[in-house]
Structures are given as C-alpha cells and as structure tokens.
Design a binder for this molecule. Sequence first.
Ligand code: PLP
Length: 238
Amino acid sequence: MISENLALVKNRIAEAARKAGRSPGGVRLVAVSKGVPADRINRARDAGATLFGENKAQEAMGKIAQLGRVGISWHFIGHLQKNKAKYVLDLFDMVHSVDSLALAGAIHGEALKRGAVMPILLQVNVSGEESKFGAAPGELEDLLSGISRLSGVRVRGLMTIPPYDPDPEASRRHFARLREIRDRLAGLNIENVSLDELSMGMSNDFAIAVEEGATLVRVGTAIFGERPETANGRNKAC
Ligand SMILES: *Cc1c(COP(=O)(O)O)cnc(C)c1O
C-alpha cells in the first residue's frame, strides 16, 4: 500500500513537472511522517523514500533514533518554538518553517555551538490568513537582511501553506504568488542568501505546486493514509 502510494505520488510529480516543462529531478518529495510510527516509515524507506518531514521535535526524536540518518534525511516542517532549536540542530537537515528573526537567531546560536550551518526556508503567509504562521510578504526583505548576518543559518528558499480548499486549483494563485515573491527577492542579491528552494504543495495540491515551480513538496496522507485525529493538524504548534 505505502509503496504503491509512493509510486503514484512520484508519477504525478513527474507528470506535473513535464507538463510545466521542468525536469522531474528538480522536485524533491518530502514524505511527511508526522503521526506515523517508525515501522511504517521504514516501509516507505524500503520503497525508496529518502527524505522525511516531521512537525514535532519530541515525536521525531524517538523515530530518528530508531531509523537513523544514514541514507535518509529529515526536514523539520512544523511551527518551532525557540527553546526547541537545540533538538532541531541535532536531528534535522533543514528547517522549512522559520518566520522570525528571533527564531533564526535561536537556530543560529545552537548551530554556532556545534560549528554547523543549518539550511532554512522562510515560511511566508501568502494569503494573509489570520490564523496562519509565517511572515507577511512585506516583512521579508527586512527579515532576510537580518538573517543574512547570522552565520549559523543559511537561507535556501521559501515555504508556504495555503488555506485549505478542497479544490486543489484554488491553491494555484498562492503558489504562483510565492514564486513571484521569490523572484523579486532573488533580484536583491542579498549576501549569504539563496532562494532556489520553493517548499509548497501537500497531498491535495502537490501537482499544482509542481506546475508552479515547487522544488520540495510535502506529502503525508497520499503516501501513508489518513493520520489519527491528534496528529492531523495542518499547522499546529509543537
Ligand atoms: C501535515 C503537513 C503536511 C502534509 O499534509 P498532507 O495533507 O497529509 O499531505 C505538509 N506540510 C506541513 C507543514 C504539514 O504540517
């Protein structure tokens, strides 16, 4: 089941990439394993998944201890509290959800202690939805120039979660907007900042996201099936 789902998702990514005139190799699949026990994650790994996304440091810790980090990579995709930055440094290869200078500073501080540099994405609230995490588009320029001075983090791109809509086409304008914002910011050529990555698209709308330029799609349910209710929040704090 997991292997069939994974194959299906990969095919749809490749199809969407070709439709948009992009190389399927330019899109990485983040298999979102929040709420999924280690044995099921292992099945996805056996089926060829190499990159997993978790949204709670605490939950991820046990699973990463079991499954390791050899041949697989873990990305943190959830809302992160500053006091959890230390866990993230020890467990993850990228953080998708940085939305303030204070949080970037906390990650930078932990990275310095380890002589590491953490790749991060800035989470952008493109729709202006009130309940959402993410920096407002108008804040990004200042945020980027502030973060660019922190040697323990390196900005690689932008991430967004559009408002949920059962019609995947409804996400298209939000994805296009994130790409436009990225293109404008990239033109500023801020030192120590690269904006190659666009993390956008989930189970319902990842094909649309790929058509609009996603380089990382975060897909959980379409690979692992429905999560138990408690792990089902789209954007809950950890
Ligand atoms: C849960 C989650 C996903 C995956 O959602 P699905 O609809 O299960 O694919 C993607 N991104 C973030 C930030 C999430 O929290």
